[in-house]
Ligand binder design. Structure first.
Ligand code: HEC
Length: 126
């Protein structure tokens, strides 16, 4: 004979495992797609930006998708100029002046926009 509370607990348990399962599947779908451009952008960010802008996601989420698109237009020119004008960012000048920056700016943009304040995404893989 079950007590009512035990029945409720069991129902909740079933509900919770459904929720967990849903999360797990979303997680996998998400990780699979992030293997592409966004993942490349993430690598760039970790390698080139984190040394000065720690906090990763928090830093990216300070700006909206529109802000990032603006900073990254014309192959990332506004973002590069902002750093090239600032002596405190001196250690980044070599990177922002490199061909590699321009060439890969699209990946970086994809990544930044993906995790912008209003994107609704949360980085979950690694
Ligand atoms: C050598 C250090 C350094 C590196 C590397 C660097 N930055 Fe910066 N960044 C700065 C400094 C200094 C400023 C200006 C002061 C500030 O706003 O924090 C700045 C400003 C910014 C701003 C404007 C901040 C704001 O609040 O409007 C953005 C956006 C930004 N950086 C993004 C990046 C990205 C993306 C990368 C990697 C591609 C990067 N930075 C690499 C030092 C750096």
């Amino acid at each position: 004979m079950y007590h009512q509370s035990e029945i409720i607990a069991e129902e909740e348990g079933r509900y919770m495992s459904k929720v967990v399962l849903t999360f797990v599947s979303i997680f996998f779908v998400f990780c699979a797609s992030s293997e592409t451009a966004i993942h490349k952008g993430q690598k760039i960010f970790v390698k080139e930006c984190v040394s000065c802008h720690s906090g990763g996601q928090t830093f990216i989420a300070k700006k909206t998708m529109r802000d990032w698109k603006k900073l990254m237009e014309e192959k990332g020119k506004p973002l590069a100029e902002l750093h090239l004008k600032n002596k405190d960012a001196k250690d980044s000048w070599e990177y922002f002046e490199s061909n590699s920056y321009e060439k890969k700016s699209k990946h970086l943009q994809d990544f930044l926009v993906e995790y912008a304040k209003d994107s609704g995404n949360v980085p979950a893989c690694n």
